[in-house]
Ligand binder design. Structure first.
Ligand code: PLP
Length: 385
């Protein structure tokens, strides 16, 4: 028997009660019942995002809401500064191109965190930038960026701060309003514990002012139209309302656990996973790890596909490798959303066995012990090697 264990940083596992909502008969999307579902979903999202701002729902993957946020805010011919430290930030550079937006790419070495001081000098150099685009959790490198510090800097300027929180929100601390995030973009299939298909964006008054001043350059993703409809808890086009219903179930779970507890759980899982991985002598890729996934370098003499295929073939565990220039160089293990401490422990146990099979020197229990030491509150000071 091979039990499916989805340990990827999106899509991430979906709890049974959320899946069951998807088995209900389809209702009409303009009914009073459907409207109430949107009312509930928006209230829950505001709590998870820690915002009092408007929240819009798009039927699209995360990239859709991000593209909407960019093209509704930055007029053709104007500038956006992109804090570029991985594949996903790079995508926001690419979005600008077809819309004639000038993307100023502020490059940071992959695996390193963006330096807020560099954002400050970029803003001085480009005082005409309409937007700064940052990432909470850069999933391609497993890095968490200091969005709080960057938000303070951007807030002192005329620029609007957009944050790609697609894999970060619901996995690591994110205080939209307190941190000065004007546009927070989130997708359904990561830490929000849903299948893919929905994305969300919160919009501050500062962002709305920029959007109102920006000529509309799109149709489906027109945020001014979406705002008008959302005032009546409606959407301009047929939404994936079966997914929005399922979202209310996952938000109910999140409310019951409490957002601060959710952040604490992910922090603990990531510290345990990091401890396990490093106890095996593996090297973490990121200098400032994000909390929804753990990324390690493929050890010398092995291929990432050998490790990942063995994890899948023997234990049904799905992980992902590197993208773009990191192809073949890293393994990424997701532990976001519907995951707990034991998922991390069993993932590490499997990793030990698989590495041993592949001829890597492993003392059984090495990674598991290190992770357990973190989990039982004794931050392990692992001896070297
Ligand atoms: C997954 C992810 C995306 C892409 O989202 P899609 O839902 O695949 O469009 C963008 N940014 C980050 C940080 C992600 O983790």
């Amino acid at each position: 028997m091979r039990k499916p264990r989805l340990m990827t940083p999106g899509p991430a596992p979906v709890p049974e009660d959320v899946l069951l909502e998807l088995a209900r008969p389809v209702i009409h999307h303009r009914s009073a019942e459907a409207k109430q579902v949107i009312v509930d979903a928006i209230a829950g999202l505001k709590e998870v995002f820690q915002t009092a701002n408007d929240v819009l729902i798009f039927t699209a993957s995360g990239t859709g809401a991000a593209e909407a946020a960019i093209i509704n805010t930055v007029p053709r011919g104007k500038k956006a500064i992109v804090l570029n430290a991985g594949v996903f930030a790079e995508r926001w550079v690419k979005v600008c191109k077809p819309y004639g937006i000038e993307a100023v790419s502020l490059d940071t070495e992959w695996g390193q965190a963006v330096d807020p001081a560099q954002v400050e000098s970029a803003l001085k150099q480009h005082p005409d930038a309409v937007m700064v685009i940052g990432t909470l959790s850069e999933t391609s490198t497993g890095t968490g960026h200091p969005v709080d510090a960057i938000g303070k800097i951007v807030a002192r300027t005329a620029a609007v701060f957009m944050v790609d929180g697609i894999s970060g929100v619901g996995a690591m601390e994110c205080r939209t309003d307190a941190w000065g995030i004007d546009l927070l973009v989130v997708g359904s299939q990561k830490a929000l514990m849903l299948p893919p298909g929905l994305s969300f964006v919160s919009v501050s008054p500062k962002a709305w002012a920029a959007i109102d001043a920006c000529p509309t350059a799109c149709f489906y993703f027109d945020m001014k139209l979406a705002r008008k409809k959302m005032a009546e808890f409606d959407t301009p086009f047929t939404p994936a309302h079966t997914l929005i219903l399922a979202l209310t179930a996952s938000l109910k779970r999140m409310k019951a656990e409490g957002i601060e507890n959710i952040w604490a759980r992910h922090k603990l899982m990531s510290e345990a996973c990091q401890a396990g991985v490093t106890a095996l002598g593996l090297e973490l890729f990121s200098a400032r790890p994000a909390e929804g996934l753990t990324v390690f370098r493929v050890p010398e003499g092995l291929k990432d596909s050998q490790i990942r295929n063995a994890l899948f073939d023997r234990f049904g565990i799905t992980t992902v490798g590197g993208q773009d220039r990191l192809k073949g160089k890293i393994v990424r293990i997701g532990h976001m959303g519907y995951m707990d401490e034991l998922d991390v422990i069993s993932g590490l146990a499997a990793l030990e066995m698989v590495l041993a099979d592949l001829g890597f020197t492993v003392k059984p229990g090495q990674a598991v012990t290190a992770a357990q030491q973190v989990l039982i509150g004794q931050r392990a000071k692992m001896p070297a090697g």
